[in-house]
Design a protein around this ligand. Structure first.
Ligand code: SF4
Length: 1003
């Protein structure tokens, strides 16, 4: 054994010894294939390339040995085949306690993982069964042993092998194994623990050859995690040959060297601060990635090489992709050494959705999910499907299918497959096509030529196609059922796709702490130092938890101390950089919720004289939607930073003041000119064609004009843009229309002796209204919500009719003045002339109801509203109410009537049901209507309100025809029910609108 702490020269010692024994064909064992690449470089680092060394992983070595021993080892099982055997074992084994769990997705992968662990620990099914029999209450463990035994039996019956059986076969050769190996020296480097099978292999080989294990170890708290490995090796009879000493000169920063040497030591002293340590505090995942990206870009700009920089994250698979994207955006060459779940790639997600869509219980949403991930599928057709689903027009996948002349090809192919094997073949084909079609002609991005190559998607296509083929093969194993689409989903969910392949020279590496241990770095960023993230919680085994492991009493199944492991990994990050260590954490999540910093940061700061206050800290808060111009690493980022500060168009002067090379300046200018001014607020229309069409409008509707008065921008969106709703026609609109029609028919043909309900015939009126409402609306009351809304509307009108029975007023509705129209001459239904607004403009409309006094001319105008509250005359201007006045004007000017009241009737009212509006004070006939006192106006005021409304109508009409739309809600405040901010951007830009340059008023 050669042991020593980090920075003690273990790698150099191993390389030196390898070089010294080249003539004996030495073999070096490393944990992963990627480590082999790295070691090759270390062997050639000093300009004297070395040949004659074989670098192997354990699995690779086992295959070499089996070949050398001429063992008849059957082919190794693929991952889907192991899963298929685990499922078959679950069907064969007699289960009671595990029966329900075994039916869940995820059980087979967990069982395969446990079997691999048992095999690596050289625990056969019989030993597990014996341990279970002796354990108190070991029935659960006994079932696991039965599952394990069933798997092994199925594997052997199928005539196949796995790594466990391969290791057992090789180890069973005893002396033959040592003889076959001969005297080739074996070096083992980079391991922090070894399984029982690996240890036994080393023991066997050490019988014939010299085996040297180099391990990171020192009698320190930070390096306690590998202590069990040293003990295991000593149990094998290994001797400590060399204990290497720490080299304090490894770092240019005395502070860094002090931290590395004393981290986690309880009695350690503090050292003087220097620039070897920097703290980065940011907010949100993107914020942290950008903060790191900015620092990396600055390092590269000031002479550092990309190879000098390493970024470590505790879970590179989860955080690495975002860091990789940000570094690419900042023009930093990077390699993210991580693997993303296949199901999170576009190809994987599309295939999972495709499998779901082909299942018997598939929903249209499953199909939609698949189509959304197929880049070759026309987005418009997927949009149409989504719209139909949202409107409740499509309930089953078969309905969607029937409406297509050419159904989606992937699903068509999958549905046509006659059996599981054919389905897997179809999936394999779809996987490749989905990956490739991004680059086909039909998927080009408008104006951008060929889309950029997405290697990870192409890799995902390959991985998924291979999985599908392996699944098809798994079905032919003895005892295994044919593959199903559920199996395919499980296999896709369990597979991963590497984000990076190939050499990483000339790139900033993003990796996990395990990989970082053997990576040289001048600058190292340790990211994601948040509580719960690093140190990470101990992983939990879904099938065999810590208590059960302890009860079984099998030492090889005991888990390492997770907390010591986390300390060891963090120490590896601290020990790598020779120039500077950046500790980065997020103090807030993406929504601004607080996050606590990792205790590891405090452990480091305890070793600095002056603590936290003595260390440079850089902050990147949520307010940094864009970078500071001085931090911008690329012209594009600079353009974003400037644009956000309003330095967009016409700012040649400000740009000239920037110290930039001419080419970069020109690029920034071009970028700024290529985008619209981000601060341009929506405002008056300018397109000549649109303005001309507005100008042509001579006939305006009073409803439309009232909408304009409420907010001209809302009018523009609803009336002109008329966005189509995804959901069914909104219920208030639909119910309002039905109620209006039913009321018109009710009063046109009253069910009693009078034209309005009287106490003696109320029930008849209410019954008749219910019949009419049903006729108008029941055909569309196709959901419980709508049926309930209709019942509510009926109850409201019943209450209104009951209220009307109490009225002793002499006004009566005249059948020909129900929905009385003006300005519609020339159409089929009768109409009065339009209301003249002057300047060639006319107004038209339809008045819900006009009640006349016995004199035949004194009129009370009523406008039904389904709202709970309606405005009185004092609130008309504040709420943009115009219809009551315009209807009164129309009654006077176009119908030759004498309006004495114009009222909004709140059908939706729950307590105050009385109408509100305006009425002539002093007219005794109105007293019986029970109006609110403040709604009465002196005759002169009454006329003045009408004149003012006419003026307002003219002003609004002139603005409307000029396209002068603004975000100008009546009263300066947007009503809560208006949900159009996403289009008008009233709220998003509120800080720029104070003082109102366009519409004014805070939203
Ligand atoms: S949110 Fe306000 S400004 Fe925008 S359309 Fe609605 S009422 Fe008008």
């Amino acid at each position: 054994m050669i042991v020593g702490p980090p920075n003690s020269g273990r790698l150099g010692e191993v390389v030196r010894r390898l070089r010294a024994q080249l003539d004996r064909e030495p073999v070096l064992l490393v944990p992963r294939v990627a480590d082999a690449d790295r070691f090759e470089r270390a062997l050639c680092a000093d300009g004297a390339p070395v040949t004659g060394v074989s670098i192997r992983t354990f699995a690779w070595l086992l295959e070499d040995l089996a070949a050398a021993l001429a063992l008849a080892v059957p082919p190794l099982l693929s991952a889907p085949e192991r899963l298929a055997l685990a499922r078959a074992a679950t069907r064969e084994a007699e289960l009671r306690l595990l029966r329900r769990s075994a039916e869940r997705p995820g059980f087979a992968p967990a069982l395969v993982a446990l079997i691999e662990e048992l095999e690596a620990a050289l625990i056969p099914p019989t030993e597990l069964a014996d341990a279970a029999a002796q354990a108190e209450g070991g029935e659960y463990e006994a079932e696991l042993a039965r599952l394990y035994a069933a798997y092994v039996s199925l594997r052997d019956r199928a005539g196949r092998a796995d790594l466990g059986s391969l290791a057992s076969a090789v180890l069973a050769q005893g002396q033959r194994l040592a003889d076959a190996w001969g005297s080739r020296p074996l070096f083992v480097y980079g391991f922090d623990d070894l399984t029982r099978a690996q240890l036994e292999l080393l023991r066997a080989l050490s019988g014939a050859a010299e085996v040297t294990v180099a391990a990171t170890y020192d009698d320190r708290e930070a390096l306690a995690a590998p202590a069990p490995l040293i003990a295991d090796l000593q149990d094998l009879g290994a001797e400590l040959e060399l204990r290497l000493e720490h080299d304090p000169g490894y770092s240019e920063s005395p502070l860094l060297a002090h931290i590395e040497r004393n981290l986690f030591e309880p009695e350690a002293s503090a050292a003087a601060p220097d620039d070897g340590l920097v703290l980065l505090e940011s907010a949100g995942g993107l914020g942290e990635a950008e903060a790191i990206g900015v620092e990396v870009a600055k390092l590269l700009a000031t002479g550092a090489e990309p190879d000098d920089v390493v970024i470590v994250v505790r879970r590179a698979d989860a955080s690495g992709p975002l860091l990789g994207r940000v570094l690419a955006r900042f023009g930093v060459p990077a390699a993210v050494e991580a693997a993303v779940p296949l199901a999170r790639t576009a190809v994987g997600a599309s295939l999972v959705a495709l499998c779901r869509a082909a299942a018997p219980d598939a929903t249209p949403r499953d199909l939609l999910a698949h189509l959304r991930h197929d880049p070759a599928f026309p987005a418009g057709i997927a949009d149409a499907l989504e719209r139909r689903i949202a409107r409740g027009e499509v309930h089953t996948l078969e309905e969607a299918w029937a409406s297509w002349e050419r159904p989606p090809r992937h699903l068509e192919r999958l549905r046509a497959a006659p059996d599981g094997v054919a389905q897997m073949e179809a999936l394999a084909r779809s996987a490749r096509e989905l990956a490739q079609c991004v680059h086909r002609r039909q998927a080009r991005l408008a104006g951008h030529g060929t889309p950029p190559l997405e290697p990870v998607e192409l890799r995902a296509g390959d991985v998924a196609a291979a999985l599908a083929r392996e699944l098809a093969a798994a079905g032919s194993l003895a005892g295994c059922a044919p593959p199903t689409l559920a199996d395919a989903i499980e296999a896709i969910r369990g597979a991963r796709v590497p984000l990076w392949r190939g050499p990483t020279e000339g790139r900033v590496c993003v990796l996990g702490p395990q990989q970082a241990r053997s990576r040289p770095a001048r600058y190292l960023f340790c990211a994601g130092l948040c509580e719960g993230e690093f140190p990470a919680a101990a992983p939990r085994d879904p099938l065999l938890g810590e208590d059960r492991r302890a009860r079984l009493g099998l030492p090889a199944l005991r888990r390492a101390d997770a907390a010591a492991g986390e300390r060891y990994l963090f120490h590896a990050c601290v020990a790598r950089p020779t120039r500077r260590l950046y500790l980065s954490w997020r103090s807030a999540d993406d929504d601004g919720g607080p996050l606590a910093c990792s205790p590891f940061v405090d452990d480091v700061l305890d070793l600095v004289d002056g603590g936290e206050g003595a260390v440079e800290r850089r902050r990147h808060g949520l307010e940094h939607a864009v970078l500071e111009p001085a931090d911008a690493p690329t012209p594009r980022e600079l353009a974003r930073a400037l644009a956000a500060r309003g330095l967009a168009r016409g700012t040649g002067g400000e740009l000239a003041g920037l110290e930039l090379p001419a080419a970069a300046l020109a690029e920034v200018r071009a970028l700024l000119d290529s985008v619209p001014d981000p601060w341009a607020l929506p405002g008056p229309l300018t397109h000549p064609g649109v303005l001309a069409s507005f100008e042509e409008r001579r006939v305006l509707s009073s409803t439309s004009l009232e909408g304009w008065a409420g907010c001209s921008y809302r009018w523009f969106i609803e009336h002109e843009l008329a966005p189509e709703r995804l959901e069914p026609t909104s219920d208030p609109l639909w119910i309002g229309g039905a109620v209006h029609k039913a009321l018109k028919r009710l009063y046109a043909d009253p069910p009693g002796d009078d034209a309005i309900p009287r106490p003696g015939d109320l029930e008849r009126w209410q019954r008749r209204f219910a019949e009419l409402l049903e006729e108008e609306a029941m055909d569309r009351a196709d959901s419980p919500e709508r049926a309930a809304a209709l019942a509510r509307a009926r109850a409201q009108v019943d209450a209104f009719l009951a209220e009307e029975t109490r009225s002793e007023a002499e006004f009566r509705p005249r059948p020909d003045l129900l929905e009385a129209r003006f300005g519609f001459e020339g159409e089929n239904e009768p109409s009065a002339p339009p209301l003249e607004l002057g300047d060639g403009l006319v107004l038209r409309g339809s008045i819900d109801r006009i009640d006349l006094a016995p004199d035949g001319v004194s009129a009370v105008i009523r406008d039904y509203k389904t709202a709970r509250k309606v405005p009185g005359v004092a609130a008309f201007e504040r709420e943009g109410a115009l219809q009551a006045q315009l209807y009164a004007l129309a009654a006077r000017e176009c119908m030759r009537l004498k309006p004495i009241a114009s009222l909004y009737q709140p059908l939706g009212a729950t307590d105050k049901r009385g109408p509100r509006g305006m009425a002539v004070d002093g007219d005794e006939r109105l007293q019986a209507l029970g109006l609110t006192g403040t709604d009465y106006l002196e005759p002169g005021e009454f006329r003045a309100v009408l004149d003012a409304a006419l003026d307002a109508a003219r002003r609004h009409a002139a603005r409307m025809r000029a396209g002068d739309i603004r975000r100008d809600p009546a009263g300066g405040e947007c009503p809560r029910w208006c949900r159009l901010q996403a289009i008008c951007r009233k709220e998003r830009a509120f800080w720029r609108e104070e003082g109102g340059d366009n519409g004014g008023g805070a939203a």
